[in-house]
Design a protein around this ligand. Sequence first.
Ligand code: FAD
Length: 491
Amino acid sequence: LLMGKLWHQCPAAATGTANYRGAVPTSICWFRRDLRLADHPALVAAVEAARADGSDVVPLYVIDPALWRTAGANRLAYLAASLRALDRSVGGRLVVRHGDAVDVVPAVAREVGAREVHVSASHEPYGRRRDRATESALAADGASLRSIGSPYAVSPGRVRKADGEPYQVFTPFRGAWLDHGWRDPAPHPRSVPWATLPSDGVPDAPETGADLPEAGEAAARARWREFLDDGLAGYASGRDLPAHDDTSRLSVHLRWGEIHPRTLLADLAEVGRSAGRGSGAPSSDDVATFRSQLAWRDFHADVLHHHPSATARSLRAVLPDDAWATGTDEEERLAVWAAGRTGYPLVDAGMRQLVATGWMHNRVRMVVASFLVKDLHVRWQRGAEHFMAHLVDGDIAQNQLNWQWVAGTGRDAAPYFRVFNPVTQGLRFDPDGEYVRRWVPELRHLDGTAAHEPWKVGPSLFASDDSYPERVVDHAVERRATLDDLHRGRG
Ligand code: FAD
């Protein structure tokens, strides 16, 4: 690694008002949701620009108080750990600055005389607004914001129908996404001349009681390797069983860009060429199913790109306004659900897993979301908010659009009349009751499927205040109410 120059700082430079004496223009790589060095086209561009100028690259991260304030404790703790890992991989030179990026980024550019700030594009509404404003602020100083790549295999907005319109439905989107294809992973920059600049340092994150995964690019790559070796074979059938650790657990690494989906897709293509050969090897179905999950991730980002209001508003209104719980009623239902005390074991296990680990299995995310919206009649936005407060992989596109899918309000969504039955889902996907017993200690003494229907054991189970709760609602009754509301909504 070439060590960057230690700039001699003018006294005023710390305030961002003056240039570094004698500095040649430096290029900036502004990290956001791309906390890695490998397969990073914007970093490659920053390094090329610096080499052309005989200068250095500033690895910049801006702690935006607007985002820091609103992200849940788990995401902040994870982000802080990931930033520390990134700092180690740039030789301790990560430049962390606090403040509104629209002010901070141009200030750093002025400080080092940078003409170019390189980024992977943002596609969420907040990031797009911020980048437009930052671009204008940089332009006023004669500098530019150069966007290369995105956190997705195919950048949102690219996959379109023959008539140029965006896809509304996942399956044809996936077909066109596969036809479109993606670039090969970008080459790893071998030696980067990192600049040395004062840094505000990575702030301490608030305390979180959750057991979070290891953060950073090395941890992401190790997890992916492990999954390729031991987890991908059988993924197509095992991914729906919450008791088994059969999914990749890559969502958090993808969320922070510690690994790029392009890297995963390139490795999958390699595995796919020998799929099914040899016992224990992943089948072509395993490979295709995993690739499909990455297509869902790109699809949701694409939908949000075309419909930024989907972060807060239903893309389709399916129920009349008076179908929803309001006031104290809504708060009480939400509280029971969030605490994992609905009396429906699979729902409660999921909600407790979320609080304990900042993560929940996908099958269970669907069941708990359906329960909140269709059994407790609480609007999806409230549930999505609770998820965002706890999920370590919480991502506005994936979270809001998955909620809209379950709630039946998305463009491509589960039909509203499909109401997940929390008991039959448990019997089907957790047939031994193992997942439920893991997360609901009050039910540990119940064997097998009995853990999914504790009310069959008799009233003794619900005897005291700290015992397992009785069912908060009757699923059959609430399902009927939901279907009636749906018919009224159709008018
Ligand atoms: P794997 O099964 O190993 O899948 C591999 C990757 O594919 C995941 O890491 C993820 O990037 C992608 N993927 C898988 N399923 C989906 C899906 N349904 N939609 C989009 N991408 C998918 N995922 C998030 O990353 N952030 C969220 O905030 C989020 N909120 C959700 C809320 C609800 C109500 C639901 C039903 C799903 C949500 N998901 C979210 C999608 C999914 O549950 C998680 O991506 C998955 O559980 C992560 O575990 P994994 O990495 O082991 O998944």
